[in-house]
Design a protein around this ligand. Structure first.
Ligand SMILES: CC(=O)SCCNC(=O)CCNC(=O)[C@H](O)C(C)(C)COP(=O)(O)OP(=O)(O)OC[C@H]1O[C@@H](n2cnc3c(N)ncnc32)[C@H](O)[C@@H]1OP(=O)(O)O
Length: 508
């Protein structure tokens, strides 16, 4: 135990075990926990809660910033503790429970959760459980590797449990910038005009009397599972870099492109890695998740500043970053997710938003969340916060999935997260479709020619041409629009299987 991490000496009496702290969580409560993209989640109390629930069942409604690491979503799901979960997750067990209808999942734009708490559209947390590196002299909470929704959860909750995690270096203090917007309708503009502006405090300001328990832990964040770029993702990156070079040449983007936002996952990380081999320099990021690529770009001298709301790294680079925080200190800020994802700021800064689609259609509508229109993958996350308000909104995906049985470009998306109005550029390893200024029929030609995998291109062209014969501003054959998805569900592949024996011709 390191008492110097609790600088408000009046709070020393609140130290207790995780099991004791978990007792503050009662059946039917709404609980707000720290954690964003498996970084900075409270670790010991949720685990103790899951153990307790196995013996004494109870149900809670759980809110976080985004996904939890250390298998906590899995443990809480298996214990039966979760009745409701929001606003994002990436866990296989929880995903199954959501898709079986056992856990009610609210898939939400990540900037909106605390906005809805602020004006009571959502039930405010009874208890907040927040991971911290320290508590200040004033009793304020210094977060760890993510800010997420922690600040507003702690401010709105009736009771706060703090987990001081000794596995995080005390040097994280100073990295955060906690700014909380005031109430509407008298709110003033968020005073952030540059990626590196500091507009708030370095700790979460709460009344220390609300802190009911302090737990010491020593468990690190999970490593990110991001995989190195492969040929397809490297090609996606190449198409995008070429597009950026042309935008700069045409003076539609500044020489350093403007602040970049990149979503989670292998593809977005690989796209950012692609910038390593480009000639761009003095790049900046105004994003939510800072992944390996952020630090590779800083180390290569290409990225001068990154603002985010969490840092999640793979084993390859984790120690190199966190053991040398001083090297990165003047190049990093972690903010609450409502500020990192704020529509007002995305629009003001002219963000280049790069997010990953599960599938998109020939007119540019994007599905980021629902496999075959019904089964939740992870959630919309922050992609919508950025896509609608970006200077340029890019969506990337491989043109095929599951060994080619799925085409990621379809006639009509089976679920819409980002409408055609929010999408400017689509990229697959096949090429890049620039949809700006194009009408739906022109968009379809651009997408078919540049993004569809060759194995599906002719079938897509055939669909589009027959739809055009029927007419409409956005031509479709409604009875066929989801036939690729139904074929996948019925036959395991979107490809049309040629019958081994040609069907007999019936004469009439
Ligand atoms: C926290 C945040 O908000 S970050 C900001 C942006 N947030 C978002 O964009 C949220 C939505 N996006 C996501 O969840 C992810 O980016 C995804 C799921 C769309 C893509 O993830 P990535 O890791 O980049 O792509 P990857 O190609 O590895 O695909 C992930 C899985 O989806 C599968 N998949 C891809 N396309 C399809 C498809 N059209 N239909 C069914 N499955 C598909 C892949 O086969 C892979 O499956 P596996 O895990 O069994 O191998």
């Amino acid at each position: 135990m390191q008492l110097d991490r609790i600088r408000h000496s009046g709070l020393h009496s609140k130290i207790m075990s995780a099991e004791q702290a978990s007792e503050f969580i009662k059946d039917g409560m709404t609980v707000g926990m720290s954690g964003f993209t498996r970084a900075g989640e409270a670790k010991a109390v949720p685990k103790a809660l899951a153990e307790r629930v196995k013996k004494h069942p109870l149900k809670i409604s759980l809110m976080t910033g985004a996904s939890l690491g250390n298998d906590l979503d899995k443990l809480l799901t298996e214990s039966g503790a979760l009745s409701r979960r929001m606003p994002f997750q990436v866990d296989t067990t929880l995903r199954k429970a959501i898709n079986n209808g056992e856990v009610m999942f609210i898939d939400q734009h990540l900037s909106e959760t605390v906005e809805q708490l602020r004006n009571h559209q959502l039930t405010r947390p009874d208890v907040a459980v927040i991971e911290a590196v320290a508590i200040t002299e004033e009793g304020h909470i210094v977060p760890t590797t993510s800010v997420g929704n922690s600040a507003s959860f702690a401010i709105f909750a009736k009771q706060v449990i703090v987990e001081i995690n000794l596995s995080h270096q005390a040097e994280l203090e100073g990295l955060h910038d906690i700014y909380i917007p005031s109430y509407r309708p008298t709110r003033t503009p968020v005073p952030l005009t540059q990626v590196d502006d500091r507009i708030g405090s370095t700790a979460i300001p709460i009344d220390p009397d609300k802190i009911v328990g302090i737990v010491f832990t020593n468990q690190s964040d999970s490593f990110s599972t991001v995989t190195p770029p492969d040929e397809d993702t490297a090609n996606i990156a190449r198409h995008l870099v070429r597009f950026f070079e042309n935008e700069v040449a045409q003076e539609r983007m500044p020489a350093n492109l403007g602040p970049l936002q990149a979503g989670i996952g292998n593809i977005a990380n690989a796209v950012m890695m692609g910038l390593l081999e480009s000639d761009f320099k003095d790049l900046t990021m105004y994003s939510e998740v800072l992944q390996d690529s952020t630090f590779d770009l800083i180390d290569a001298g290409k990225l001068s500043f990154a603002s985010g709301c969490s840092i999640i790294l793979s084993e390859r680079i984790n120690a190199q970053v966190f053991d040398n925080l001083d090297k990165y200190r003047d190049k990093l800020i972690l903010r609450p997710q409502e500020i990192s994802n704020h529509p007002e700021i995305a629009r003001r800064l002219g963000i280049i938003a790069i997010n990953t689609a599960l599938e998109f259609d020939i007119y540019g509508n994007v599905n980021s969340t629902h496999v075959c229109g019904t089964r939740m993958m992870n959630g919309i996350g922050g992609s919508g916060d950025f896509a609608r308000n970006a200077h340029v909104s890019v969506f990337v995906t491989k043109s095929i999935a599951k060994n080619g049985d799925i085409s990621s470009v379809v006639p009509m998306v089976s679920h819409v997260d980002h409408t055609e109005h929010d999408v400017d550029i689509l990229v697959t390893e096949q090429g890049l479709a620039d949809l700006r200024g194009l009408a739906p029929r022109e968009r379809a030609i651009e997408v078919i020619n540049h993004c569809v995998h060759p194995e599906y291109r002719e079938a897509m062209r055939d669909y589009f041409e027959r739809a055009c014969l029927r007419g409409g501003h956005t031509p479709h054959l409604l009875e066929e629009a989801f036939s690729w998805h139904t074929r996948l569900e019925e036959q395991g592949s979107m490809k049309k299987v040629q019958p081994a024996v040609p069907p007999k011709l019936v004469s009439c």
